[in-house]
Design a protein around this ligand. Structure first.
Ligand SMILES: [Fe+2]
Ligand SMILES: [Fe+2]
Length: 176
């Protein structure tokens, strides 16, 4: 009957660990964006607040995608503890600088998992990660675009008000 037993896991222990770390990273992103949504709302930047609420939702979705994949592959998905979320920011601009930093760090983490998969020839996980690589292209684009507004519009006078309005219009519509 041995042949009928399910193989415990289709991913290696190392990949499983990296994927669980990514679950935590996405949960962290979600919480960071939620804090940013609150800060922007409290400081009168309504469009940016909306933008970060939406980002927080997306990160939660990413977290669940990784979480369910680990389970689908017979692994142990671990519900992450997320602590130490920064609630206050020194400036409107700082919020967007840290948002971009967070996205770059997520891209690097995903590339790191991808590299490990290549080494192990884990093609199935590589294929799963392709969606995230593409998603990061969009995420980094939007974060960079938001930060560029501070240069293009400038913060003087009604600048921040204008920047906030434009943040609400950021779109990524590159093909494929
Ligand atoms: Fe994400
Ligand atoms: Fe993101």
């Amino acid at each position: 009957m041995k042949d009928l037993l399910r193989i415990k896991s289709l991913i290696s222990a190392d990949i499983e660990l990296l994927l669980n770390q990514q679950v935590k990273k996405e949960a962290l992103s979600s919480s960071i964006y939620l804090a940013m949504a609150s800060w922007c709302n409290r400081n009168g930047y309504d469009f940016s607040s909306e933008y970060f609420f939406k980002q927080a939702d997306e990160e939660r979705h990413h977290q669940l995608k990784f979480y369910k994949y680990i389970l689908d592959m017979g692994g142990n998905a671990v519900s992450p503890e997320v602590t130490g979320i920064k609630q206050e920011y020194n400036s409107f601009r700082e919020v967007f600088e840290e948002a971009l930093d967070q996205e770059i760090s997520v891209t690097n983490a995903i590339k790191n998992i991808y590299a490990r998969c290549m080494k192990e020839q884990d093609f199935v996980t590589m294929e799963f990660l392709n969606w995230f690589l593409k998603e990061q292209r969009e995420e980094e684009y939007k974060a960079r675009r938001a930060l560029e507004l501070f240069e293009v519009i400038g913060e003087e006078g009604t600048g921040r008000w204008q920047i906030d309005k434009h943040v609400g219009q950021i779109k990524y519509d590159s093909e494929a």
